[in-house]
Design a protein around this ligand. Structure first.
Ligand code: XMP
Length: 518
């Protein structure tokens, strides 16, 4: 995308580097994160950044062979903002001094504004005391030539530094986190006032670029796209259809683990609303058959993943084959984060996707959402005219209801679960809570309990209700419904769904729980 104004974020491994990219994009400027050890003079020249931001990170410039800012960064003539470790590395490399401080600062801190600089214009005034968020042990002790201190905190005499001539700035605190309340405005100053970006990057411009890029990549080839009914794959399909029309074939594999009405909704949207050709394969019996007698969660996930690939491959061949596979990969999945501590992380759950297919079918990948965050995908969906009801859908896992049925899976149990889940979601929608909740669903437990209905004894299953708030699915809190609401839903489920006589509400956060039960 050569014509777009871009900010390059060089990553030194901070936990919050992605937030820098978010804040910059929220300011209407396109940005990308590149790991420090992959930035070369050639990649810089090709990227043509309007400015560069150096992230924080866990390293210390005092260690042997610390991560370095590529020298070419300072010779490019563009503004540079160093954050935390980024500031320290910049100072050390430009001739200043960094020391390991006696006084470490973690969490909220106050900064006294000691000087003017373009970064603070219209946001912070000299003499003011402002709240920021710090996380550092080392601190800058002597400035390189050309810099002056513009902010001082208790633990850092150079909490903010500026060289307005070269347009180099450094902050010891983290402007990208919400605990630095004015942080977003400082980053906007950096990108707009200092770097001169227009702030006119919008989803509409991204859409046009993404369409052009897909056309250029695919040429006259054929693309196959697996639709799950989720937001990401739907957005990919609609975008690619706009880009390449009938060169796109969409395949919807109904695993039999979908929610009530889901398959009809997906088919209706794509075939009727968008007129996008869609292969609809009903493979419910196949999936349920393969899962017969299986109750281990990991085994379930693996069987579903493998069966999905088999069916998808079959349908792809029936549809005449393809040169490319379209995937809804998002930015958080592709950022090559810098790991200082090494080692693969523990697998909590084997996520279901179509990994392995491209090699088996000899296809290249088309991933138009690679640069977007989840909420940006939703904005792009709206830009493409996807109905709000689709764009705002709660996430739904690839293995579907199979992982909401602990224990063995049968068609009857799936049916009971689907009915309970539909009632729960209907109540959430009619109460106006749907958009406030990250994800809500019912789980059918493999436990029967005694109840009494009318004058008769019942011995039926327990249904657990789950609803969580989250921003990214990585951590979550249970949603605090009021008791009247939960009571109403429980009553309806017990009265309307044969096979359930008890309802419980899950009040576990993540961690230590996960969002799904398996
Ligand atoms: P957990 O249960 O790990 O889930 O806390 C976090 C988020 O990921 C969703 N999830 C999946 N999504 N394939 C998916 O596409 C999967 O296999 C899968 N497993 C969990 C889950 O619904 C939640 O939003």
């Amino acid at each position: 995308m050569p014509s777009v104004e871009k900010i390059l974020i060089i990553d030194f491994g901070s936990q919050v580097t992605q937030l820098i990219a978010r804040r910059v994009r929220e300011a209407g400027v396109y940005s990308e994160i590149h790991p420090f050890n992959k930035v070369t003079p050639e990649s810089l020249a090709a990227f043509q950044p309007k400015a560069i931001i150096l992230s924080g990170g866990p390293a210390s410039v005092k260690e042997i062979d610390p991560p370095r800012v590529p020298d070419a960064v300072f010779d490019l003539g563009v503004p540079v903002l160093g954050i935390c470790y980024g500031q320290q590395a910049m100072v050390e490399q430009l001739g200043g001094k960094v020391e390991t401080s006696e006084q470490r600062e973690f969490g909220r801190a106050m900064v006294d504004i000691a000087g003017d600089c373009a970064l603070f214009d219209g946001v912070w005034e000299v003499g003011a005391r402002e709240q920021v968020w710090m996380s550092h042990g080392d601190r800058v002790d002597a400035l390189p030539g050309g810099f002056h201190a513009v902010g001082v905190s208790e633990g850092a005499p150079f909490a903010a530094i500026a060289d307005d001539t070269r347009r180099f700035y450094g902050v010891q605190f983290h402007p990208e986190v919400v605990h630095t309340p004015d942080g977003a405005r400082l980053l906007q100053n950096f990108t707009h006032e200092v770097a001169g970006c227009g702030g006119d990057w919008t989803m509409a411009s991204f859409k046009d670029q993404a369409i052009a890029a897909a056309r250029a990549q695919v040429g006259k080839g054929r693309v196959i796209c697996g639709l799950s009914g989720g937001v990401d794959s739907s957005v990919v399909a609609v975008l690619l259809h706009e880009a390449i029309g009938d060169q796109l074939v969409c395949v919807f594999v109904d695993t039999g683990m979908m929610r009530m009405g889901e398959a009809e909704e997906v088919v209706g949207l794509f075939r009727d609303h968008y007129n996008i050709p869609l292969v609809h394969r009903n493979a419910a019996d196949l999936f349920i058959g393969k899962l017969d007698g299986i109750s281990d969660p990991e085994q379930k996930r693996k069987i579903i993943g493998a069966t999905f690939i088999d069916v998808f491959e079959e349908e792809a061949e029936n549809a005449g084959g393809a040169d490319f596979l379209a995937q809804g990969t998002l930015y958080p999945d592709v950022i090559e984060s810098v790991s200082f501590f090494g080692g693969p992380s523990v697998t909590i759950k084997s996520h279901h996707n179509v990994g392995g297919l491209p090699e088996r079918m000899n296809m290249d990948l088309v991933e138009p959402l690679r640069e977007l965050f989840k909420d940006e995908v939703r904005a792009l969906g709206r830009e493409l005219g996807l109905p709000d009801s689709f764009v705002g859908r709660h996430p739904f896992p690839g293995p579907g209801l199979a992982i909401r049925l602990p224990g063995g899976i049968t068609a009857e149990k799936l049916d009971i679960l689907r009915k309970a889940d539909a009632i729960y979601l209907e109540e959430i929608r009619s109460t106006g809570l749907y958009d406030e909740i990250w994800q809500a669903f019912a789980v059918l437990l493999p436990v029967q309990t005694v109840g009494v209905m009318g004058d008769a004894r019942t011995y039926d299953f327990v249904c657990a209700l789950r609803a969580v708030n989250s921003t990214d699915g990585m951590t979550a809190d249970f949603y605090p419904f009021d008791m009247d609401f939960i009571g109403r839903v429980a009553n309806r489920i017990i009265n309307e769904v044969n096979g359930i006589n008890r309802v419980v509400y899950d009040i576990t956060s993540k961690p230590p729980g996960t969002i799904e039960w398996e």
